[in-house]
Write a protein that binds this ligand. Structure first.
Ligand code: PXP
Length: 250
């Protein structure tokens, strides 16, 4: 998550491990177990390049205390997923994580459904992008892979976009191939405009390779599948296997 390579310059694809769902399991019973910060350490040891966590308005998984501990304890760069609200902006500016990914958030959704409408909400997003960038936090916008959203990200001055792979993950056959092409086109358009493209949501061992093969992508953020698979194989093994699959695509 250093973001040091120039967009589209080739090189390794970073893996950001999202540890939200370790906290989901912990919160099902209250208490301290399992600990998402311990998961972050394990993911780091297994070859993750960064840790991602979404502090939701309703704190359904990651809590303010988790964020505080991660900022103090983990050695990998932290990518904080956040809604564009004043509360989250204040928290991000206080903690100054390496990166902040602005995501749409609806209380009733089970997970982040659909990307941010950067094109339709450019006016309200501008001050979030500007203030986070001014604090040296690497801002990314979680958007659908379409040219209007990339163009809006360019106008907003976001250094990074994260392309939503949820649709790709849920489709199959020809429709999935078409969605993959949209992801590839969006990544190329972002890189051409000096924006570093990332991708994530719904990625698994079975669908990650074609996405990882998109040459302009610099980072994938993966959570739910890795934590679920860890129940059977351990987190180190699930992260290692994902890393191998991503590397095999390059
Ligand atoms: N990227 C973003 C912006 C997300 O909101 C999420 C889900 O929290 C992910 C990546 C990871 O998605 P998944 O948990 O399906 O791997």
């Amino acid at each position: 998550m250093s973001g040091s390579a120039s967009p589209g310059s080739g090189g390794q694809l970073r893996l950001g491990v999202n540890i939200d769902h370790v906290a989901t399991i912990r919160n099902a019973r209250g208490g301290d177990f399992p600990d998402p910060v311990r998961a972050a350490h394990l993911a780091a040891d297994a070859g993750a390049d960064g840790i991602t966590a979404h502090l939701r308005e309703d704190r359904r998984h990651i809590t303010d205390r988790d964020l505080e501990r991660m900022m103090g304890e983990i050695r990998l760069p932290l990518n904080l997923e956040m809604a564009a609200t004043d509360e989250m902006l204040a928290i991000a500016l206080r903690h100054r994580p390496h990166a902040a990914c602005i995501v749409p958030e609806k209380r009733e959704e089970r997970t982040t459904e659909g990307g941010l409408d950067a094109a339709g909400q450019a006016n309200s997003l501008k001050r979030f992008v500007d203030q986070l960038c001014a604090a040296n936090i690497r801002v990314s916008l979680f958007i659908e892979p379409n040219p209007q959203q990339i163009e809006a990200a360019v106008r907003l001055g976001a250094p990074v976009v994260e392309l939503h792979t949820g649709r790709y993950a849920h489709l199959s056959g020809k429709e999935q191939t078409l969605e993959l092409q949209r992801l590839a086109d969006a990544a190329a358009l972002a890189a051409k405009n000096g924006i570093e493209p990332h991708a994530g949501h719904g990625l698994t061992y079975d669908n990650v390779v074609p996405v990882a093969a998109i040459p302009q992508l610099r980072e994938l953020n993966i959570g739910h599948f890795l934590i679920g698979e860890a129940i059977f194989t351990g987190l180190d093994a699930s992260v290692l296997r994902m890393r191998e699959l991503m590397d095999s695509a390059r």
